[in-house]
Design a binder for this molecule. Structure first.
Ligand code: PEP
Ligand code: MN
Length: 363
């Protein structure tokens, strides 16, 4: 980790021998809560203490943050524990107050990244700051919006930038609160290889039991850091209760995560192969996901054919699909033999699905 890059970015310059760790509650609730958690995180690998002061809530009527008063509590955290501090800013007034209170790192939330007007306002308010600013991915899986926000901040001469991957909302049922869509941050990292990439497993998971696994995948993909919501009494938290971990669990998670920091040639190989394998895992999951979706569509076709009394097997249509896919496959370096074999089994599975529908009761 340490020798992975030259000392080019603000993060490299911190010279950490482990990925950056940002931890603290979803929301600052009371002075006592903030200080209790901060003291439990002191003398651990945690580098920045996070707490939301202004909370963007999807529906009104939920706790919307303690406001500027919380900035004083964060100052106290720094005085008492030496931990650097971080909070979310969502407009010009937030930026001005956070800078006045010397908050060390700021982030732009997922609901702000979707709005070029807001991102522009924040960028102008931050103009020229040398504090690290992290941009969370937009709520929806739109890489262009995320890239656009990065470009707006770079253009405002904010040099110490980073991005946070917090997952993307979806209507599909999923075990995640926000789908990771790993291919999007990987693509962003390809475009901006020097931009530190930090994972927020808490908002991806929505549930504390998934945090370890998601974090390990990110480290295998060479992420530069983690932001994990941590609360001394998670079940009683005023926001995001199900996904917060205790400081004790956080320490356990950090201890158990495999962080590859050795620099021997062998370790470099391990790092490289793990990175590639993690990328393969991401793609394999996408393949299964897509095949699942294909079968749902096949079920729909089955129902339609049944109600119109049309036969399952449509040879002409099938030969057309095969011909098209062989050509597409050639362009992607896939042999004709492979494409034909693969589509034969996919087709068989679709027919099985449709047969099942034909044999089920009802029209
Ligand atoms: C948060 O970090 O508490 C938060 C509101 O996150 P997001 O912008 O990712 O929803
Ligand atoms: Mn939260």
């Amino acid at each position: 980790m340490e020798n992975k890059k030259e000392l080019r970015t603000w993060l490299d310059k911190l010279n950490l021998d482990h990925p950056l760790v940002v931890a603290g509650p979803c929301s600052a609730e009371t002075e006592e809560q903030v200080l209790t958690i901060a003291h439990e995180l002191k003398d651990t690998d945690v580098n920045y203490f996070r707490a939301g002061i202004w909370k963007p809530r999807t529906r009104p009527g939920n706790f919307e943050g303690i406001g500027a008063l919380g900035l004083k509590w964060l100052q106290k955290v720094k005085e008492e524990t030496g931990l650097k501090t971080a909070t979310e800013v969502a407009n010009r007034a937030h930026v001005e107050l956070a800078l006045e209170h010397d908050i060390d790192m700021l982030w732009i939330g997922a609901r702000s990244t979707v709005s070029p007007f807001i991102v522009q306002e924040i960028a102008e308010a931050l103009k020229g700051t040398d504090k690290p600013v992290l941009i969370k991915n937009p709520v929806n899986p739109d890489l262009a919006l995320w890239l656009g926000a990065v470009e707006r901040l770079y253009t405002a001469d904010i040099k110490n930038l980073g991005v946070i991957h917090r997952g993307f909302s979806t209507y599909d049922k999923s075990k995640y609160r926000n789908n990771p869509e790993w291919q999007l941050p990987i693509e962003l990292q390809n475009r901006f290889p020097d931009l530190p990439l930090i994972l927020d497993p808490s908002h991806i998971a929505g549930n504390r039991d998934l945090i370890f696994d998601i974090s390990q995948t990110a480290l295998d993909l060479n992420y530069d850091g983690l932001m994990i919501e941590t609360h001394h009494n998670p079940d009683k938290a005023w926001s995001d209760a199900a996904q917060q971990v205790t400081p004790e669990s956080l320490i356990r998670i950090m201890k158990d995560l495999k962080i590859r920091k050795e620099t021997t040639p062998e370790a470099e190989y391990t790092l490289a192969i793990n990175n590639l394998r993690a990328q393969i895992d991401v793609v394999d999951n996408q393949i299964i996901d897509l095949l699942g979706k294909r079968m749902i569509v096949a079920d729909g076709i089955g129902k339609l054919k049944k109600s119109n009394n049309v036969s399952v097997l449509q040879t002409k249509r099938w030969n057309e699909i095969l011909g098209k896919m062989v050509l597409e496959g050639q362009e992607k370096g896939l042999s004709e033999e492979f494409v034909l074999k693969m589509f034969k089994v996919i087709h068989q599975e679709s027919i099985n699905h449709q047969e099942k529908i034909f044999k089920s009761n009802g029209r």
